[in-house]
Design a protein around this ligand. Structure first.
Ligand SMILES: Cc1ncc(COP(=O)(O)O)c(C=O)c1O
Length: 391
């Protein structure tokens, strides 16, 4: 019998042609073998989850919180997420607007399935986080790229955005702060994008996974401008050093959240109760934890930027927020893939190819700065040595 798999699986696995993570996995293995490798390719800070959060999970586990839970999440958790959103955006939000999901990534998939299908189009901003193409097109919708040019500091081209809209367009997916560029949409970007969505009756899916570590622990809010058409996604992954806990949320109009309930029943069946208890503790301590994480990232962003200035043919871009910095390596003439490979082979520094995030960042490489300052300084020394050797 000839075994067959669904086309989507093959498509997800090979989307983009080259595996952007190839150097990262190679570098990880080299590091495990004891080689002097610096891994700055992935956004997972080397910080432990706060003790109060771990303690709450352990107590809940010991207390027997190991059964099925409510599909959309425990009410006290949904209430806390709603309160956080209301505080951040200034817009009213209740538990009925919140679904607890397995991270922002799960939220992207759920939003895509709930908002679009075959024959529809979803607009995204290029560059975009690497999972966007597959998550969006899993719904059957066609992905339409609108550029955010380097020359505009990677802010979206709003004229191109409106021009890309057709009668088939259902939604605009974007991230603020963005990954890889670390761009926070300004109040005026948000005004313009909300006006476009209102004019054309479109959904906006606003991925705010890095919002908690932005300045003021919030970003200008699309949801505040257009609550009935905006879906806000987030998680505790980045703001609370909880990437492996897989807990996040989707916030949107109550009628959409009812549909998410139906979908999550078939897809997820709820997040483990003890993880939700940990999430409640994380939100109860949110102000201190987010401030610490913001300060952690800000210090490292400055350290890395300072260490990377005046390198021949390599230009760092200052991010508004998040944990990544783009380096423009176009002047090296190697292309981003060639630069990365050469850097890894000669200096054992692992970064990510900007081309994995879209056409606008082809020729750029992404550095994660959620690492120890001494390690960032050493990585910058090696990047400088490598770039200088290319002369
Ligand atoms: C822009 C963006 N969205 C979503 C995710 C996924 O985050 P989570 O851990 O909340 O699923 C990431 C992770 O790096 C990201 O950078």
């Amino acid at each position: 019998m000839k075994r067959r798999f669904a086309p989507i699986i093959d498509w997800i696995a090979h989307e983009g042609g080259v595996d952007p993570w190839a150097i990262h996995w190679e570098a990880r293995q080299a590091k495990e073998r004891g080689e002097d490798v610096i891994l700055l390719s992935v956004g997972d800070p080397p910080i432990d989850t706060p003790v109060a959060v771990v303690d709450r999970a352990v107590a809940a586990l010991r207390g027997g919180d190991t059964h099925y839970t409510e599909i959309l999440g425990k009410m006290p958790l949904r209430e806390r997420i709603a309160a956080m959103h209301a505080e951040r955006t200034g817009a009213p939000c209740g538990a009925e607007n919140v679904a607890v999901l397995a991270g922002t990534q799960n939220g992207l998939f759920v939003a895509s399935l709930c908002l679009a299908s075959h024959g529809d189009e979803i607009i995204t901003i290029d560059p975009m986080y690497t999972t966007y193409p597959a998550s969006i097109q899993a719904s059957g919708a066609k992905l339409v790229r609108v550029p955010a040019h380097a020359s505009a500091g990677f802010h979206p081209d709003l004229k191109a955005l409106e021009a890309a809209i057709t009668p088939r367009t259902r939604a605009i997916f974007l991230a603020t702060p963005s990954n890889p560029a670390g761009v926070v949409l300004t109040e005026s970007d948000c005004d313009a994008i909300a006006a476009i969505a209102r004019r054309h009756g479109l959904w906006i899916v606003s991925d705010e996974v890095y919002a908690g570590i932005a300045d003021g622990n919030r970003v200008p809010s699309l949801a505040a401008r257009l609550p009935n058409q905006v879906v806000t996604l987030g998680s505790l992954s980045k703001s609370h050093a909880m990437t492996g806990w897989r807990v996040g949320w989707l916030i949107g109009p109550a009628d959409l959240v009812k549909l998410v309930d139906e979908l999550a029943l078939c897809m997820l069946y709820g997040i483990p109760g003890f993880i939700q208890e940990a999430a409640i503790a994380a939100l109860d301590h949110r102000v201190e934890i987010e401030k610490d994480m913001h300060d952690y990232c800000q210090l490292r962003r400055e350290t890395l930027y300072r260490a990377l200035t005046d390198i021949p043919r390599v230009k760092p871009y200052w991010p508004d927020a998040g944990m990544f910095m783009l380096l423009d390596v176009r002047e090296t003439g190697l292309g981003s893939a060639g630069f990365l490979r050469g850097l890894f082979e000669t200096e054992k520094v692992s970064l990510l190819d900007g081309a994995a995030f879209g056409r606008e960042t082809d020729g750029f490489v992404r550095v994660c700065f959620a690492a120890e300052p001494a390690e960032l300084e050493e990585a910058a020394r090696r990047i400088r040595r490598y770039a200088t050797s290319l002369a």
